[in-house]
Design a protein around this ligand. Structure first.
Ligand code: NAD
Length: 494
């Protein structure tokens, strides 16, 4: 990464943005727009279309027509593969431009954004491009006088709703398998971070994706996302975001066409550190990164530190030292380790959580306050709170900010009980040199992913999904493909 290049890109004007429907830039039907605020300094970057329900209906109609006439679904797999590969190449070729645009929009530190956004999105699109001509149907083990064939068919029109924390990465997790399997997609990017997904969709057209196969409608989720959820013509809805919105989407499906709904929701993930961890200094460093990167706005963030009571004082002191030493600042400065909180509202919520934690008996070992107020942006110090009981608000509620809740435990059983004492089940970690203990904890802690002697970070070959109120279904890996296909049986009398 080159600071001069970033400095040049960060001052580029961003023109007002429109929806992308049937391959064309289209303003909102009533002409309304929304300001895009940069969390770096609170300035207005540009505007996006404030979509209406009618805009969403237009986009769905276009996607349906594209699916029915087979302009994408009926192309030979090799042809679809070529387009998706070219798309991945274009994303890579524009990686720095996309990364800087995204950081101006959502505030993630550039070092992380560069890898996690264009880098990961290109990798994901390429992964599914390469997979799509290796997906075979099946022949069932029927009696000799019949032939049972199992076909995999695209579902039709997929609606995708994406959050603001990693829009390109999470967008690609949906778009890759949905498009690879021949579906058309209508995308509702996050209302407060739409710019990179709009640009990514333009690059898809440039790569040869036929118009109408991927339409993008911006605006408030409560308007356009709701219209998507209530549509009678969306077959599958894939969502990443909060449980509150997830619940609404299930209701919309029930009130409309019973579309399948897949939810990737939040977490309150336990990072469990035993006294026998192989390297406690390393564990402290990784535990800090596991909660504080992207200012804690990571769905799998290790937001609860469960630490064996015998090492609590030393370990917490080490984590707090790492936290206090982190450079929080301008996310487009390559030396910043932590960028901006996404919005003023999110920042105020974070500060409110700190106050509640203190009111409930917690103690601050570092952080707790807003930083860099004079920039006009939204920055917060990495924060560690000890003395958090398993049922305290900070142990139960997803904060989505740079706040670590520390709870001690005495025994393995104690650790498991505390780890499982939330409604969530997205991710977790365990630090121990004892192999049996590690495997036991992997089985006993109810999550979609457990990290052992590390925290966070996994590539596209493994699934990501939650249990409990962290959601259903999986992104990433070949398993994600199941969401975007229907199985169809042909039962043939011979
Ligand atoms: P959110 O639920 O507020 O918004 C997500 C999306 O839903 C946005 O695009 C928004 O426009 C749309 N939306 C809002 N109201 C809607 C409605 N009534 N109908 C339809 N759509 C609507 O979540 P957020 O604040 O953008 O994202 C943060 C949340 O996402 C956190 O809870 C985080 O844990 C979760 N998340 C989960 C994963 C995962 O893989 N499990 C990954 C990243 C983020």
């Amino acid at each position: 990464m080159n600071q001069d290049q970033i400095n040049t890109l960060r001052v580029q004007p961003v023109s007002p943005q429109h929806h992308l429907i049937e391959g064309k830039a289209v303003p909102a039907s009533d002409g309304q727009t929304m300001a895009v605020i940069s969390p770096i300094d609170g300035s207005v970057l540009t505007t996006i279309a404030r979509g209406t329900a009618a805009d969403m209906d237009d986009a769905i109609r276009s996607a349906r027509a594209a699916f029915e006439d087979g302009r994408w679904a009926s192309q030979p797999p090799a042809a679809r593969k070529k387009v998706l590969q070219k798309w991945a190449d274009l994303i890579e070729a524009h990686a720095m431009e996309l990364a800087v645009l995204g950081v101006r929009d959502n505030g993630t530190e550039i070092g992380m954004a560069f890898k996690a956004e264009p880098g990961s999105a290109a990798g994901t699109i390429r992964y599914y491009a390469e997979a799509l001509d290796k997906l075979y149907g099946e022949i069932a083990p029927t009696p000799n006088d019949t032939l049972g064939l199992i076909h995999r068919e695209p579902v039709g029109v997929v609606g995708a709703i994406i959050p603001w924390n990693f829009p390109m990465m999470i967008g690609a997790w949906k778009l890759g398998p949905a498009l690879a399997t021949g579906n058309s997609v209508v995308l509702n990017p996050p209302e407060s971070a739409s710019l990179t997904l709009l640009r990514m969709a333009e690059l898809a057209l440039e790569a040869g994706l036929p118009p109408g196969v991927l339409n993008v409608v911006t605006g408030e989720g409560a308007v356009v996302g709701q219209a998507m959820g209530l549509s009678m013509d969306v077959d599958v809805l894939v969502f990443t975001g909060s449980g509150t919105t997830g619940r609404r989407l299930l209701e919309y499906a029930a009130r409309s066409n019973l579309k399948r709904v897949y939810l990737e929701l939040g977490g309150k993930s336990p990072n469990i550190v035993f006294e026998d961890a192989p390297d406690l200094k390393e564990a402290a460093k990784v535990a800090a990164m596991g909660i504080f990167r992207n200012a804690g706005q990571v769905c799998v963030a290790g937001s609860r530190l469960l630490v064996e009571a015998s090492i609590q004082d030393d370990f917490v002191a080490e984590v707090s030292k790492v936290a206090a030493g982190m450079h929080v600042g301008d996310p487009l400065d390559i030396t910043s380790q932590i960028g901006a909180v996404h919005s003023d509202q999110q920042l105020q919520e974070n500060l409110g959580f700190v106050q509640t934690a203190l009111d409930e008996g917690g103690q601050l070992t570092t952080g707790g306050d807003q930083l860099l107020k004079d920039t006009g942006g939204y920055y917060m110090a990495p924060t560690v709170v000890t003395g958090v009981t398993p049922h305290a608000s900070l142990a139960q509620k997803e904060v989505f900010g740079p706040i670590l809740a520390v709870t001690p435990f005495e025994t393995d059983a104690d650790a498991i009980r505390i780890a499982n004492a939330t409604p969530y089940g997205l991710a977790g970690g365990v630090w121990t040199a004892n192999l049996s203990r590690a495997h036991h904890m992997v089985r006993a802690v109810r999550t979609g992913v457990m990290h052992v002697n590390t925290y966070g970070g996994a590539d596209g070959t493994v699934p990501l999904g939650g249990v409990g109120q962290s959601g259903n279904g999986h992104d990433k890996s070949l398993h994600a493909i199941d969401k975007y296909i229907n199985l169809k049986t042909a039962w043939i009398k011979l």
